[in-house]
Structures are given as C-alpha cells and as structure tokens.
Design a protein around this ligand. Structure first.
Ligand code: FES
Length: 147
C-alpha cells in the first residue's frame, strides 16, 4: 500500500509500487487531465507537480512517492483562476489541446520558481513538446502570467 496526497486529499493505492504515477492517476484516481503521450519521459504531456516540482508522471513510480504531495491539472487552482490558466485563455494558446495540461503544469512550476522568467528561462525550463507548434503563444502566456 502506498500513501501520499493528491490535490490536497490523502490517497492509498493498492497497486504495485512499480506502477507509474501516470497510470495510478488516470486509471485508479480517474484524474484524466494528465495525458499519456510518449511514456518515455520525452514529451511532457504527463507533467504534474511532486512537492511543487514539475515531474513527468510516466517516469516516477508510486512506490517512490510515499509521503509526497502531488498536484495535477485538476488541483492546480480551486477556482480555475491560476494566473497561468488566465494567461492561457488570454493568449488563446491551445490548438488541439492534448499537450496543454502538461504545458500548464510545467509553466506553473516555472513561474513559482522564477516569478519573472526571461525568454531564455522559458526555453530552458519548458521542454514539453507540442505537435501543433504553439510555442510562441506559450511563451507569451508565461510572460503575461508573470507580469
Ligand atoms: Fe510522460 Fe511523454 S508521456 S513524458
């Protein structure tokens, strides 16, 4: 049994400790905002926060999370007014939208760690992939959210 916290609620999973967090979230906790893209740590579609750090949930097993605090896109804001989400709407960032929850989680972690990120910070820290190529709008939204 693995115990940790997801979106401020304690959870216990009776899954193998080797289960990737991504699948515990999607299949056991029904938190499907976290997306499966590559399953190899490359695309970032599965990004969540673990103790506030942007983490690719396909690459961490639940057995490694005992006692941690996990935040998913569903728990990023109680009232859906996180500055990153507001900026995403203002800049009309998404195209197909599949990668966007992971992008938003990565961006939220970035502006928490660096409240005034430079374009170089954004390029260095936001390594998530977007097949639609929304990168210019993502950069504008992050700058807007950090204002
Ligand atoms: Fe985890 Fe692509 S699904 S990085």
């Amino acid at each position: 049994m693995t115990r940790f916290t997801i979106n401020n609620s304690p959870v216990e999973f009776k899954l193998s400790p080797d289960t990737p967090l991504l699948w515990a979230l999607r299949d056991a906790a029904n938190l499907t905002g976290t997306k499966y893209g590559c399953g190899a740590g490359l695309c970032g579609a599965c990004t969540v926060h673990v103790d506030g750090i942007a983490t690719r949930s396909c690459q961490v097993t639940i057995g490694a999370l005992e006692g941690t605090f996990v935040t998913t896109i569903e728990g990023l804001s109680d009232d859906r007014s996180h500055p990153i989400q507001q900026a995403w709407i203002a800049e009309q960032v998404p195209q197909c939208g599949f990668c966007q929850s992971g992008m938003i989680m990565a961006a939220a972690a970035l502006i928490k760690a660096k409240p005034e990120p430079t374009p170089a910070d954004i390029d260095a820290e936001i390594t998530n992939l977007c097949r639609c190529g929304t990168y210019p709008r993502i950069r504008r939204a992050i700058i807007r959210a950090a204002r």
